[in-house]
Design a binder for this molecule. Structure first.
Ligand code: F0G
Length: 466
């Protein structure tokens, strides 16, 4: 043949060895399940869900090589071979000196903020800036007496702009903050990659570099919330640094910071785990003591040896360019189809999720009819899809007890890694098109019962559509 074949289709770069069943329920059965769950999808039995897009966290399919590592796991209490594999893999990738395993990301956050709080002998309310803190990160730092500040970039607020790095930090706002705030009132600085609270949007390398320069100039230690570092690196490779590999970009990003908190449930392709890594020797001893107190001995930290080995193997697989090409192709594929269907979503498509714009989708519903929750319920009722409201249900209740509209009413469709095929995504699109066509019939939601905190997890709702 004279010419080489260059496929246009980006295929799933894996084949399936183990499968688990999906159960097809009828609309009537789903209606019953909704009533039983008090119209809160966190209360559904997973067998009643057909396509589960509630989160991409801890929901990955592991590879045969990861399952092999699970069998090989060394369960010695101290100094296990699995820990050595874990530590070496993370050190090679990040370059950080101290690496502490934790049972998930928020445990790493709690560890870091607890150690910083212990060093804050004057008990001042110290500040921690970021592009955007994730909600558990914010909850953790606030519960330890810190104040979290978010400086997302201006472009993020224009939902129709196709600016590629909407996860960026607003550099001017960060600089003003650093200039105006005495150094002894800032604990550490953060940057979240990708920016989950802002649509799973990536942060450009140039932005991370400038953020690092600013933190350095003002002598503020810089930590990455690096859960989705590989997806962020893939965006940078695609749109900013095409001659680099995702791996070389990831290494350059880690080299810009002094440490990282990490939930392995995302870009380490495992179902549980995390770590805290740092170069700061002043804090290492405190962190290690706290780890022993709350998680476990420093060579297992709340995990089994086999979990550590699976994380290390996952970190090797996640930076495979063909995996990352496929991963970004999934959300881009959905985004393109949504454009064709004129279904409103936060553009451009993010890395791990699509965020539907429920305010526009359900234009007839006011914020206190909870359009996001109403859309979540409609997608489940019509198609068995479980998604997550990120709007006035999640964020509407204020600390003083009042309620106000959240800035955006979004529905997140988070895509688990290596779990669903393209036909599953086509099915999701078909459901979305169906629900969009009869969107005016989606009725209001009201809250019947809510807890004091984090109400989206356990509130009970009523919904006039059923
Ligand atoms: N940071 C970010 C950016 C996250 O997205 C998450 C979790 C965490 C920290 C905490 O990690 O769950 O291992 O304790 N995000 C999940 C989600 C829960 O659905 O987006 P964890």
């Amino acid at each position: 043949m004279s010419s080489e074949f260059h496929p246009q289709t980006i295929i799933e770069p894996f084949k399936i060895k183990t499968v688990e069943p999906l159960y097809l329920r009828t609309r009537k059965q789903r209606g019953e399940a909704l009533k039983k769950a008090k119209f809160n999808l966190f209360k559904l039995d997973s067998q009643d869900v057909l396509i589960d897009l509630l989160t991409d966290s801890g929901t990955s399919a592991m590879s045969a090589a990861q399952w092999a590592e699970i069998l090989k796991g060394d369960e010695a209490y101290a100094g296990s071979e699995s820990f050595q594999f874990f530590e070496k893999t993370i050190r090679d990738l990040t370059g950080y000196k101290c690496i502490l395993p934790t049972h998930q990301g928020r445990a790493a956050e709690r560890l870091l903020f607890s150690a910083l709080a212990a060093q804050n002998t004057q008990k001042k309310k110290l500040k921690i800036p970021s592009n955007s803190h994730f909600d558990t990160t914010r909850a953790n730092l606030e519960s330890l007496g810190f104040e979290g500040l978010d400086f997302p970039c201006e472009e993020f607020f224009d939902s129709q702009s196709d600016f590629r790095f909407k996860g960026n930090m607003d550099l001017q706002k960060l600089e003003n903050f650093l200039k105006q705030t005495p150094r002894d009132q800032i604990a550490v600085g953060f940057c979240t990659i990708t920016n989950n609270s802002c649509g799973g949007q990536p942060v450009s390398f140039e932005n991370i570099k400038k953020v690092a320069e600013l933190y350095r100039k003002f002598k503020v230690p810089f930590y990455l919330d690096a859960c989705r570092f590989a997806e962020n690196s893939a965006f940078i490779q695609k749109f900013e640094m095409p001659s680099e590999t995702p791996e070389s970009i990831a290494k350059k990003i880690f080299a810009l910071a002094d440490g990282a908190t990490f939930s392995a449930k995302k870009d380490a392709l495992v179902n549980i785990g995390g770590f805290l890594a740092t170069n700061d020797q002043n804090i290492t001893e405190d962190l290690t003591s706290l780890l022993i107190l709350s998680e476990g001995f420093p060579t297992y930290g709340g995990l089994a040896g086999r979990d550590l080995a699976a994380i290390a193997q996952g970190l090797k697989e996640i930076l495979d360019p063909s995996y990352l090409d496929y991963r970004l192709a999934v959300t881009q594929y959905i985004g393109k189809k949504l454009d064709e269907l004129k279904i409103p979503y936060l553009r451009p498509a993010g890395g791990h999720a699509i965020y539907l714009d429920a305010k526009k989708f359900c234009e007839h519903l006011k914020w206190n009819h909870y359009p996001g929750q109403a859309l979540v319920l409609a997608l489940y009722l019509e198609g068995g899809i479980r998604s997550c409201e990120i709007g006035s249900v999640m964020f509407g209740r204020q600390a003083d007890g009042s309620e106000k509209a959240h800035a955006a009413e979004l529905v997140r469709l988070a895509i688990p890694r290596r779990v669903y095929t393209q036909s599953h995504m086509d099915y999701v699109l078909e459901v979305l098109a169906f629900v969009f066509a009869k969107r005016h019939e989606i009725s209001a939601v009201s809250i019947l019962k809510e807890p004091k905190q984090l109400r989206h997890f356990s509130s009970e709702f009523s919904w006039s559509m059923l």
